[in-house]
Design a protein around this ligand. Sequence first.
Ligand code: G6P
Length: 589
Amino acid sequence: MCGIVGLVAKDNCYSRILSTLGRLEYRGYDSAGIALLSEKGFSVRKKKGGVSNLAGEPLAGKTGIGHTRWATHGAPSDANAHPHIAGKFALVHNGIVENYAALKAELLREGETFLSETDSEVIVKLIARAYRGDFFAAVSSVCARLEGAYAIAVLCEDCPEEIVCAKYRSPLVAGVSCDALYVCSDAPALSGEADAIAAARDGEFIHIRDGKITFCDREGNRLERAFTPVTEQERMRDRRRGTFMEEEIFDIPRALSDTLAALRRTDFAPCARAMRSAGKVFAVACGTAFHAALAFKDTVEREVKIPVLCHTSSEFRYRDPLVGKGDLVVAVSQSGETADTLEAARLARSRGAYILAITNVARSSLASLADFSVAMRAGPEIAVAATKSYNCQLLCLYYVAAELCFFRHTRYPAYMAELSALPAAATAAFGTFSAMDSLAQRLQGAQGMYFLGRDADVRTAAEGALKVKEIAYVFAEGYAAGELKHGTLALIEDGFPVLAVATRADLFRKTENALEEVRSRGAYTALFSQCEAISESCADFKCRLPAVCEALMPIIAVIPLQYFALRMCALRGYDPDKPRNLAKSVTVE
Ligand code: G6P
């Protein structure tokens, strides 16, 4: 949720931290701060609001840390912004210290006073008290007392050009360039800075000292870790459009094309046993990825004829799921760092299940804990609301469904022959955007709206509704068209917007009937379909979708809805990249 960075560099330390924080800002943007260490001690600048508030006269120093915050403990304010200082130490933290209240009570009893309401300040206070001249030992001994999740980077005034970092259940990577050493919450934020990256694992420490980066265990014993070059996928591209979300929507054809090429190179043989003989198949995910997981369930049940148990990760982990040895659990996560999805995968693994991860971040925690990982090639996705990663998740999951068919000797899905049509169809979907703009203008003042569909279109409807909620702050619900009469209809009144997606020709009339029923009660209706029959529809607004085979339509049908949400957001005067209260990577429960 928060982003952290640490840097030792000969020059431009402040501006490098500032630009890295700019690339980390999608992880949290309610406050930001930097501390630099020089011969004169710490200089700190921290402010409520975005990273841009830190611009100004550069602070001096060759060693520094920075932070961009998504508030958990304590409201966004200058005082609660990181870094936090205690004695000779400065600290930035991403995560939640679950036992912070007990630790804070202990410190208060011993006479400590606190400047912030954060759990993080407790860590730095403890480090200052534990310090007996050995910087690493002080940090390590305090980490042994922390419960919860943390990635921390700590500076010590006695140790110039040194940073001690620790990682447990929050992401942390190290990076090197010819003239600088970095630690950071993620690899893409180091693009343009570091040439090679290595990721830390849970329980590990990263120690920058004497111009070197060392990975070590809690006793300080060195661990071997290979640095590998920053990949093309991890590189942030220059933004040519006004917002990241718009940029990412327009990147969908490229993302699909690269993901398809990667899938065709993927060897699924290591999954053979799990796929062939899995007792039960599960899918777990959160948010947008959950809608993709539901589409996976639909596809596997239709094509492979085996049931898939699909759960939101947060429910799965606390309901004593019926998962066991020999089951296959497909965990879907763009970031690969979502705490609930990671915990769901860990739980399933501890019970002997085989974990297949679908993630966009090859060095993520999910990818490293899974038995097998299918890497999407969406490239860095910065806008909080997922767009291109959803299209690519669907593509990967349809591909995995086909592999299940293969290993289970079921008829190979016909849609596999049509995959290459997807990038061009996604480009063709841009042709609907001016109509989406008109629709958004018509609906910008709406208090709420429904999205309807049947079968796979319910997933698209739910995803469209989620986008509208996330960035336009309009109540929206995705609903099965057939459920309309069982309650929802009571809410329909004059002008209430109902948007329906109907991509299955055999169900087109049924969805249209539902739309007619709301229309006759005054609703404003919009219909999205590639079917010929749309031309005869009485819907108030019609959007003709580019056609691919029906099974693949969810990958295309969602694109106009993504853009519609973006336009709603812009017309209502909000920033789509930084929706209020949300974060891209939800690394706490
Ligand atoms: C957050 C984001 C959503 C995302 C969800 C799951 O809530 O705001 O856009 O769908 O997390 O994220 P993941 O990285 O696991 O796909």
